[in-house]
Ligand binder design. Structure first.
Ligand code: URA
Length: 237
């Protein structure tokens, strides 16, 4: 593998950043200063600023209770007045992780951040059908017809129909209804678009579960490392 990719996978820098580090002469391969484009194999000794780098990638896994009002990207693309991102909630010293999937700017809740691309793929690939549960609040009450339309699938765009899903009312009174909605897919703005279609715009949206993983004990804006058991659970979901 090329030296810049190796450095990026170690979490040292982005690929472009890694090029600059190499160009600055800070990297050696088997004691010789590395050049851009050099390749490394697992038997090579690679060092940055004289410190040897391990060949095994150190994966990191975080669980964030995302608050609303931040974007699910590594950096906000808006250059003027960039918005807060989910990266702002990581603990100091966290590696170069990235958010797994997206929650909207105004959506709260459970978000995994990791540098493990294989797990990220598993959790977001449509064919794995991993259940994700949302707490939804809408104004007023909902009819059985509206609920059943959501359960059976609704057309949220030209030819885009949602899969069957679980929808349960958990609390209702004259002014609002709270529901749990469990989806096994993740189309863009899916929950909001589904409820728009049945005439009940979402007032509040929070992801509360991924499989059986919950946010228990984690306040809004708090972030913690996943335990080895939790990582194993997600890898085998
Ligand atoms: N569905 C949405 O509409 N928004 C989210 O953030 C997640 C699921």
């Amino acid at each position: 593998m090329r030296i810049n990719r190796f450095l990026a996978e170690q979490g040292v820098a982005s690929r472009r950043g890694a090029d600059e580090i190499v160009a600055a002469g800070r990297v050696t391969i088997n004691g010789k200063v590395a050049q851009a484009g050099d390749k490394v194999t697992p038997s090579d000794v690679v060092a940055l600023d004289g410190r040897e780098l391990s060949h095994s990638v150190k994966y990191e896994y975080y669980l964030l209770n995302k608050p609303k009002g931040c974007v699910c990207t590594v950096s906000d693309e808006r250059t003027e007045r960039p918005r807060k991102t989910v990266m702002d909630f990581l603990p100091a010293g966290a590696g170069r992780v990235f958010p797994v999937g997206r929650l909207d700017y105004d959506t709260e809740g459970l978000l995994i951040l990791t540098n493990d691309g294989a797990l990220a793929y598993r959790l977001t690939a449509p064919q794995t059908e991993i259940p994700k549960t949302y707490l939804v609040k809408v104004e007023g009450s909902m009819t059985a017809v509206q609920l059943n339309r959501l359960r059976e699938g609704v057309e949220i765009g030209k030819g885009v129909v949602t899969k069957k899903c679980r929808v349960n009312v958990i609390e209702t009174d004259k002014s609002y209804t709270k529901l749990h909605v469990t989806l096994t897919e993740g189309k863009n703005h899916e929950v909001r678009r589904m409820f728009e279609v049945v005439g009940k715009p979402v007032q509040f949206l929070k992801r509360i579960k991924l499989g059986e993983l919950t946010l228990r004990g984690l306040g809004r804006g708090e972030c913690r490392k996943l335990s080895a058991e939790e990582v194993f659970y997600l890898q085998n979901l």
